[in-house]
Design a protein around this ligand. Structure first.
Ligand SMILES: Cc1cc2nc3c(=O)[nH]c(=O)nc-3n(C[C@H](O)[C@H](O)[C@H](O)COP(=O)(O)OP(=O)(O)OC[C@H]3O[C@@H](n4cnc5c(N)ncnc54)[C@H](O)[C@@H]3O)c2cc1C
Length: 376
């Protein structure tokens, strides 16, 4: 019975954001309950690339949070036996303007441990790329890639086993104000509450969330089986990613690349398409993505958008165009002016939303900050 115990902290939402808060509180010895309406994780946190990205995050807080979250991912992955399938990032430059942007990025503090790879040296990262057609590449050592659909359930199971975190699944929360939550399975008592609802802005504290101008972003994703894939290859991105990821896109040198891409890849830009390709244990690649914004994204996934993603893939990877063996869409919260938000309606209650595609990369650090502030 949910109401038969009381907790120090109740977390609404068992995505990566909610689990990160459960971890931060449990590490402080708090008795934590995580409540989610779904039977198992089904939101953005299992639909993403599992790509914990540091290089390319916006300079300042976001980059710092990504660096800290990466540390936590590495610790947790070891403890919870979550495989890290790839490390680092290879950002290939198909154009001289992209190479110039990489060079400008390397001048910043964020470029400290990264380096420019000349085309002739790219083979050391593995075969399978159209290296002869690149102007160079950026290598970052930081990133980690996990298989989210397995990692998130493993993380939840480890939190339950290691810290005694209670999970109430198939339980919708209808009201959440400390010290009480009203759920579809009865009341739950908790001294403090953190609501991590992902892109659901309508169930809880709608009045508070209404002030942020939130919308939702729909992304196309697919899994492909490439002709060959070299295990040495890190996660791969390309020029289109450099005008989306703010760590590069906010540098003055991005302007020349943007102008050229707008002339040469207008359809890709209109569909918010860029390339991320990460490897799974079975040799397939998770490839994406696109960005379409709406209050209620439609459920349709036109093949034309997938074709744009595969078109960019074909400019980066050698060999025949691969067959998609799986396709899906995902949605995340988006705000016009911020990458995340922490709302404080009253003492003991926090609402935390990642309002950008950075939750896998920043949630652990954000949760540490929220829990530290909550408990003083
Ligand atoms: C396709 C895709 C690719 C992405 N790629 C990356 C990437 O490479 N790197 C990166 O860092 N980020 C990436 N992201 C973003 C990242 O996945 C999200 O920022 C992150 O998963 C958000 O986590 P969350 O816990 O807030 O939301 P979610 O995972 O959506 O979880 C929210 C949970 O709250 C529950 N919930 C909501 N309301 C209630 C209620 N009233 N009662 C009970 N339960 C409730 C839902 O059931 C859900 O389980 C990607 C996202 C998508 C969709």
């Amino acid at each position: 019975m949910p109401g038969s115990r009381s907790y120090d902290l109740a977390v609404v939402g068992a995505g990566v954001c909610g689990l990160a808060h459960a971890l931060a509180a449990a590490r402080r010895g708090k008795r934590v309950v995580v409540i989610d309406r779904d039977a198992q994780a089904n939101g953005a946190s299992i639909r993403n690339f599992g790509f914990v990205t540091v290089t390319g995050q916006q300079a300042g807080e976001c980059w710092r949070r990504a660096m800290r979250s990466l540390e936590v991912w590495i610790e947790v992955a070891r403890a919870a036996k979550i495989p890290i399938l790839q490390r680092g990032l290879l950002m290939v430059a198909r154009r001289p303007e992209a190479r110039a942007l990489i060079e400008a990025f390397l001048e910043t503090d964020m470029g400290a441990e990264c380096r420019l790879i000349e085309p002739s040296k790219l083979a050391s990262f593995g075969s399978g790329l159209r290296t002869g057609e690149f102007a160079g590449a950026l290598h970052s050592p930081h990133e980690a890639r996990v298989e989210s659909r397995e990692a998130i359930p493993q993380l939840a199971a480890w939190l339950a086993e290691r810290f005694g975190v209670t999970f109430l699944r198939e339980t919708a929360v209808r009201a959440a104000s400390p010290p009480k939550l009203e759920t579809s399975r009865g009341p739950v008592e908790a001294e403090a509450i953190v609501v991590c609802p992902g892109d659901d802005f309508t169930a809880l504290h709608t009045d508070r969330l209404a002030r942020y101008g939130l919308t939702r972003c729909k992304l196309h994703m697919m899994r492909v089986r490439p002709e060959r894939f070299d295990e040495r290859l890190p996660p791969v991105m390309s020029d289109l990613g450099m005008i989306r990821y703010l760590g590069y896109a906010e540098l003055p040198a991005a302007q020349a690349l943007r102008v050229r891409l707008e002339a040469e890849q207008r359809d890709h830009i209109d569909a918010g398409v860029h390339l991320i390709a990460v490897r799974s244990a079975d040799g397939t690649l998770v490839v994406g993505d696109s960005h379409h914004y709406a209050a209620t994204p439609d459920p349709f996934a036109p093949i034309s958008v997938d074709d744009l993603i595969l078109d960019e893939y074909a400019h980066v990877f050698a060999g025949a165009r691969p067959q998609a063996v799986e396709r899906w869409t995902g949605t995340y919260a988006s705000a016009p002016d911020r990458l995340m938000l922490v709302d404080r309606p009253c003492e003991g209650l926090r609402i935390v939303l990642i309002t950008s595609g950075t939750g896998a990369s920043t949630s652990f650090a954000i949760a540490e900050e929220v829990i530290a502030e909550l408990y003083g």
